[in-house]
Design a protein around this ligand. Structure first.
Ligand SMILES: C[S@@+](CC[C@H](N)C(=O)[O-])C[C@H]1O[C@@H](n2cnc3c(N)ncnc32)[C@H](O)[C@@H]1O
Ligand code: SF4
Length: 326
């Protein structure tokens, strides 16, 4: 069967699957405090529908799925969905992005279900600052992280959105924390996604600055990370600690973008930084055949734009990150 290749020759190998737009935190750069305008439950793709779409993707060459959200562990029965997806014969890699507040309860179950790699958002190690940034409790996240490590979910990668005047003074502390616990650390540049992201853009720091600062304390050597995606990795010499730099703003990686995003309402988004999308839910609920579904995926991929325009048109994306699935 032909593969999913877009107009610019990029093959789609990776789906980011947002299983909910809800979240138990309110990171200020992602979702507004008090926000409640969520998708209606009758619009959520069911687990049967999700499995069907992902199966169709795998028949067209997709090999990796990342469960995300909103907070994916807020969706009831997520480990069950993970097990169903992990059992798809052509899927090689099932991973999860989470804020870890509920991970202590679910880590073991997720491991059993077939989830491998796991990314945890953590921007600060200071409880009060954590509350300011997210509205939640740091302790739960730390418990979740340790549970993930103990359950053998590996590697555990920590994603830190680095923001000037908010948490950029904690980069060295985060390095020490990850060294101590054997986590990988990835730094992310703030993106102008939704009004929240645009407000946070005032705190934008180009990651070259952070890298230079770290290079004053540590010797950094190039490193490779399987499934590393858009991050550029370096390693602190003499340690196992890998540092990833994700630079959508200062150095974009659109030329090698191999992913699309499926939101909980069944909309397929072609790019995090553009509005190009394709609604799959009406088709799924109209009793389409598998062939029609695959044809729809091909049509959707034809819409994938060449690149994001975060720098040229920062006002472009009105939806919040929690809706698309970061
Ligand atoms: C939308 S969250 C969804 C998964 C999960 N709730 C979590 O926090 O990991 C995925 C990632 O998007 C990142 N993110 C959200 N808004 C962002 C923004 N405006 N700029 C950069 N990263 C952002 C978060 O820090 C997180 O690492
Ligand atoms: S970044 Fe993740 S944890 Fe934070 S509000 Fe967005 S979806 Fe929730």
């Amino acid at each position: 069967m032909s593969q999913l290749v877009d107009q610019f020759g990029r093959q789609i190998r990776y789906v980011r699957l947002s299983v909910t737009d809800r979240c138990d935190l309110r990171c200020f750069y992602c979702m507004p405090r008090g926000f409640r305008d969520f998708e209606e439950p009758e619009h959520w793709l069911t687990f049967d529908e999700i499995e069907r779409v992902i199966r169709a993707f795998t028949e067209l060459g997709t090999r990796m799925v990342r469960l995300t959200g909103g907070e994916p562990l807020v969706r009831k029965g997520l480990p069950g969905l993970a097990a169903r997806l992990a059992a798809l014969p052509r899927l090689d890699d099932l991973s999860l992005s989470t804020n870890a507040t509920r991970l202590a309860r679910h880590a073991e179950e997720l491991k059993q279900a077939g989830v491998g790699r796991i990314n945890v958002s953590l921007d600060t190690l200071r409880p009060e600052r954590f509350r300011d940034i997210t509205g939640g409790k740091l302790e739960k996240v730390l418990d979740g992280l340790m549970a993930a490590r103990d359950a053998g979910l590996a590697p555990v990668k920590i994603n830190m959105v680095v923001m000037k005047g908010i948490n950029d003074d904690e980069v060295e502390d985060m390095v020490a924390f990850c060294l101590e616990h054997g986590f990988t650390l990835r730094f992310i540049e703030t993106m102008p996604v939704g009004d929240t992201g645009r407000e946070a853009a005032d705190h934008y720091v180009p990651l070259d600055e952070i890298r230079q600062r770290l290079a004053e304390h540590y010797r950094l050597i190039p490193a490779h990370m399987p499934g590393g995606g858009p991050a550029r990795y370096e390693q602190i010499e003499g340690t196992d600690l890998r540092l990833g730099f994700i630079t959508p703003m200062s150095r974009h990686f659109c030329d090698t973008c191999n992913r699309v995003r499926l939101s909980v309402d069944g909309t397929l988004y072609m790019c995090l930084g553009q509005e190009h999308s394709y609604p799959l839910r009406p088709l799924l609920r109209s009793g389409c055949s598998d062939g029609e579904l695959r044809q729809a995926l091909r049509e959707a991929i034809d819409l994938k734009p060449r690149k994001h325009e975060f720098n040229e048109r920062p006002e472009q994306v009105i939806r919040f990150m929690s809706m698309t699935g970061g």
